[in-house]
Design a binder for this molecule. Structure first.
Ligand code: 26Q
Length: 818
């Protein structure tokens, strides 16, 4: 049935069509004469997947033959979004698929929309992992991703009467054609129990007698590179009961209960924890971390041992990347395997461990650093706790030699935090045991050196680096904005920028060209139309395409200051209401769009969502204001919603209190799509300013080094009148729900304005006014917009990954021949 070319599946429309029909009949099991959009999506996906599998096999075969140093990217979160649209682009078969389908009476775009998002992550960190996997594949690096196959991804956000409700995301309900279940790739993972002394080969050693075993089963997700045959693997682990699980119950004859108990093993990979940086020390979370790390290391060591007789070459063949502290228990696990199973002795094991790990932190706040109570550790992973104590002892001894008896500093740097409850400081463990510690932007790196990890920086300055985050232009331009993609390629005379992003800079030459500007504006209009339709379906609000689409989409958090945005909208509304007819003629119409999920237990964040709805209700129903101002909340923000919203935005907001956003990557996606930025000088914004110039952005607010002083002054300095007025409107019930919003208003007044909304308010309004003025001058605005795209090259994850490969991981491309 399948048409082969040189032994490979062919990619012409006729061959694709045959494959689709084959899968309709034999995989989806529907009649080839009658199948619906979803079934067509399934059949198309299976046809694409077949092609991915071929490339996957060839790539793995090639890696095996060449045996290069491999990178293993360990992350508890990957936000992959949809796979079909991304795969057909990276395989270069989008048009062929569209043609094959159209002859069958289906539209490619409609089918692509059938797919739900794979949402196995929370936000920035998780989407970054996905972008980096795309770059690793495209740049031919011999890399693997490892993570957890949660049955429930990030919760779905439902809005009821303006309040956020969370619903489970049972994303596997309709099957997942993008994964390959490997029933034979499974490893036992052990928990609990105790540690005994033993003698092996005449030497004393420790033996862990675990109390529970759970099986980790591999699910492989092929990640295709663009313009290359290389297709790498994202291996996600699912928990299954092991044969040895709860043998006791069988022996006591309680068969039914024994089966019920067995199923409990699966809980480990059931659900993704919503990002709650203050939510720590939960047993299930620790078990998730160890489960995926233990299975991954068994897999990695097995692969290494297939080729190598001893561990001498391990650091030359294996790089282990810790995506934040979440997988850091792998340090103790590798040490345990080398010590207790391979019997290499402490010195040799430690020498290996300290050469293989690199650690990237995504946090700014010291209080957000992960801690695990020692009691919990002792119970779940007793042998690992011992090893961590031993590592800490050696570290403390070494440190004393260097810094003497500075007990305060020793206590701060210790991996073990003493106190009422003793804790393991996972970040300290990660720094001590990694050869490199990376920040995610230059500003973040400066904060790490001077505040968060100051003591460690002074001890080991050479360990600290940064790699400014980046995003993949494949998903964020080619997949999500096909019209812009075509326009860029037309003007550059090539589509090579899709692999070689630096070429984008050549657009600068044409930034003031009126022909390009006209076409640029047309593309924006098409994308705004698509977004306007979506807004109308989701919220019932009709918006004018002439209005400036002003967007803030990201997780809801006080530090990201969606509240500042909403207060700004209230101010705008208040101003319009007080204008006469003539003044109103000068107003630049705005559609303010906010979207994002609040962590389920974060009360204030949830109130911000409700406030947005309450204000929207008032404004959108005020005929007196009409198209001059609209406010809409886009529910259930996720990767595919972002793909729709970003290309249709004119202005986007990245307005965190300076010093709080480690990097921010949303801004980079908007930048690539020619959307102007209204931003504080936080995270990666400073680097964006360097690339495109402050004159092409709307920058406002306190700088990182001013924030601490402002905070001290906050109780003494009076907030500006405009600010006091809009907060009072909320407090006094102008938008209803007076009692409900009281605690929200309390976070802004009486010296409690920790995130400095009051002190930044005036300059925020100025930046907004500057954006209004710029928008009126269409020529100028278009030029700025083109310069945004042209200046976005530095923010491609291709650049980030090449940097990591060279400076942190020491890996080289390993290209699979076509
Ligand atoms: C912690 C404990 C228990 C449960 C969950 C968590 C948890 C989960 C996810 C803590 C943090 C996260 C995610 C953090 C994150 O996304 N950070 C963002 O990372 C981006 C990529 O580097 C940066 O651009 C953002 O600035 C940063 O906020």
């Amino acid at each position: 049935m399948f048409e082969l070319m040189d032994g490979f599946l062919k990619n012409d429309p006729i061959s694709l069509q045959k494959d689709i029909l084959h899968h309709v009949e034999y995989t989806v099991a529907r009649s080839r004469f009658s199948f619906d959009d979803f079934e067509a999506y399934q059949a198309l996906s299976h046809s694409v997947r077949d092609r991915l599998i071929e490339r996957w096999h060839d790539t793995q075969q090639h890696f095996k033959k060449k045996d290069p140093k491999r990178l293993y990217f360990l992350s508890l979160e990957f936000l992959m979004g949809r796979s079909l649209s991304n795969s057909v682009i990276n395989l270069g078969i989008r048009d062929q698929c569209a043609e094959a389908l159209s002859q069958l009476g289906f539209e490619y775009e409609v089918l692509a929309e059938q797919e739900g998002d794979a949402a196995l992550g929370n936000g920035g960190l998780a989407r970054l992992s996905a972008c980096q996997m795309d770059s690793l594949a495209t740049l031919d690096y011999p890399a693997w991703g490892y993570g957890l196959r949660y049955q429930y991804g990030l919760f779905r956000q439902i809005i009821l009467d303006g309040f956020q409700l969370e619903q489970p995301d049972y994303w596997l309900n309709f099957g997942n054609p993008w994964e390959i279940e490997r029933v034979h790739v499974s490893y036992p993972v052990k928990f609990y129990g105790n540690v005994k002394e033993d003698v092996v080969n005449g030497k004393k050693c420790k033996v862990w007698i675990p109390g529970e075993t759970v099986e980790a089963v591999a699910y492989d997700n092929p990640i295709p590179g663009y313009g290359t045959r290389n297709t790498i693997n994202l291996r996600l682990w699912a928990a299954k009961p092991s044969d040895g699980y709860d043998i006791e119950s069988y022996n006591t004859g309680d068969y039914i209960n024994a089966i019920v108990n067995r199923q409990k093993a699966e809980i480990i990979s059931n659900v993704l924890y919503p990002d709650d940086r203050s939510y720590q020390g939960k047993e299930l979370r620790l078990k998730q971390q160890y489960f995926f790390v233990s299975a991954s290391l068994q897999d990695i060591i097995r692969r290494f041992k297939d080729v190598h007789g001893n561990f001498d070459d391990f650091p030359d063949k294996v790089a282990l990347q810790l995506n934040d502290t979440h997988p850091s228990i792998s340090i103790a696990e590798l040490m345990r395997v080398l010590l207790d199973e391979e019997h290499l002795g402490w010195k040799k094991s430690w020498n290996i461990v300290k050469q293989v790990f690199s650690f990237t932190t995504h946090t700014v706040l010291p209080e957000a650093l992960e801690k695990v109570p020692v009691d919990l550790f002792q119970n779940v992973l007793p042998r690992h706790l011992e090893i961590i104590y031993d590592i800490n002892y050696a570290f403390m001894e070494e440190l004393k030699k260097k810094i003497g008896q500075d007990y305060a500093r020793l206590a701060r740097m210790s991996i073990v935090e003493e106190g009422a409850t003793k804790n393991i400081r996972v970040a300290n463990l990660s720094i001590v045991c990694s050869h490199t510690v990376d920040g995610v932007s230059r500003a973040h790196y400066e904060l790490l050196k001077t505040r968060v990890f100051k003591d460690f920086y002074e001890l080991w300055p050479e360990k600290f680096q940064y790699k400014t985050n980046g995003v993949t232009q494949r998903r964020w331009i080619v997949v999500s904005n096909p019209s812009l993609c075509a326009l860029i390629s037309k003007w550059l005379g090539t589509d090579s920028w899709i692999r070689d992003i630096d070429l984008l800079a050549r657009l600068r030459e044409y930034a003031s060209n009126s022909d390009l500007q006209k076409e640029w504006m047309m593309v924006k209009k098409i994308n705004k139309m698509r977004l306007a339709e979506y807004i109308e379906t989701m919220s019932g609000v009709k918006v004018s395409l002439d209005a400036m689409f002003d967007v803030q989409i990201k997780r809801i958090h006080e530090y990201k200051r969606q509240l500042l945005n909403i207060l700004g909208v209230i101010h705008r509304y208040d101003c319009i209401k007080n204008m006469d007819k003539n003044e109103r003629k000068k107003v630049v119409p705005r559609v303010c769009i906010i979207g994002g999920k609040a962590p389920p237990g974060y009360e204030i964040a949830k109130k911000i969502i409700k406030l947005c709805h309450a204000v929207a209700e008032t404004i959108n129903n005020d005929d007196d204001v009409g198209d001059l101002l609209k406010l809409v909340f886009i529910p259930d923000y996720n990767v595919s919603v972002a793909e729709l919203v970003i290309p249709g935005s004119d202005l986007s907001q990245h307005i965190s209190t300076a010093g709080h956003e480690a990097s921010g990557t949303g801004s980079m996606k908007f930048l690539m799509n020619g959307c102007l930025l209204l931003a504080t000088a936080d995270g990666s914004t400073n680097e964006i300013i360097e690339e495109i110039g402050a004159e092409n952005m709307f920058i406002f607010g306190a700088k990182i080094n001013e924030v601490l002083t402002l905070r001290e002054q906050d109780s003494t300095v009076e907030a500006p009148l405009h600010f006091v007025r809009v907060v009072r409107m909320v407090r006094e019930g102008y938008f209803g729900f007076k009692d409900y919003f009281k605690s929200l208003c309390d976070t802004l007044e009486n010296g409690k304005d920790f995130y400095l909304l009051g002190s930044d308010f005036a300059s925020y309004l100025e930046a907004q006014a500057a954006a209004d003025i710029a928008y009126v001058d269409k020529k100028k605005w278009n030029e700025m917009s083109i310069l945004c795209t042209a200046g976005s090259a530095r923010f491609s994850s291709d650049r980030t990954i090449e940097d990591y490969a060279e400076k942190t991981w020491g890996i080289k491309p390993c290209k699979c021949p076509f």
